[in-house]
Ligand binder design. Sequence first.
Ligand code: AMP
Length: 221
Amino acid sequence: MKELRKFVLVGAPASGKGTQGRFLSETFQLQTLSTGALLRKEIELDTELGRRARNYMEQACLVPDEVVNGIVEHWLSQTSNVSWILDGYPRTVAQAENLDHFLQEKGQGIDVVVWMDVSRELIEHRILERRECSQCNYIIQDSSKTVCPVCGGAMIARKDDNINAFAKRWKDFETMTLPVARYYEERGLVVKISVSHEREVSEVSRELMAKLEAYAASHEI
Ligand code: AMP
């Protein structure tokens, strides 16, 4: 039975990566790095990194590989011996190759890649309804809510959650990130969850756990 300690989450924006990532992190006691959340925080704090990333993010473009690779390597260097999950990285094959090299040099590797495979129609609907808390980053799928149910902060639409930005982000996802899922699939590392209509989060989590258990059982250490 393979022990699952190092996870990668791949999926389009609003595919439920963040939600299932939190579930996995609680279940497997993982530390989480969400590159998107980290970059948004850096922009808010107006750091040098934030200033480098801002234009790309506001135009719904991917931040250059070398910037994101640097962030992830720095984070992994500080968390090398713990169990972790990467949410939103790698998003290009070049990033995936970089991650492989980085981990290989430390004698490590990814244990499993969770691929949230969600239909375009569903993602588009979710993105237009999505609101994120400006204080605690809690996310809900209801554009009528203006106050965060967790901390009372203001619920706002992310700048990149609009119809034009969505079309661009979906295209980038198809051309750049889907090949990442296939890259890992060729290496036999993928557990795939397909969602074509809205389902209960807990139901998706149950399916994910069952598939992870089957995956772990069929892979030797
Ligand atoms: P997310 O919250 O994961 O949807 O990320 C929001 C934005 O952050 C993306 O649209 C990109 O501009 C940027 N970003 C996050 N992760 C990456 C990555 N691995 N590579 C390049 N850009 C990224």
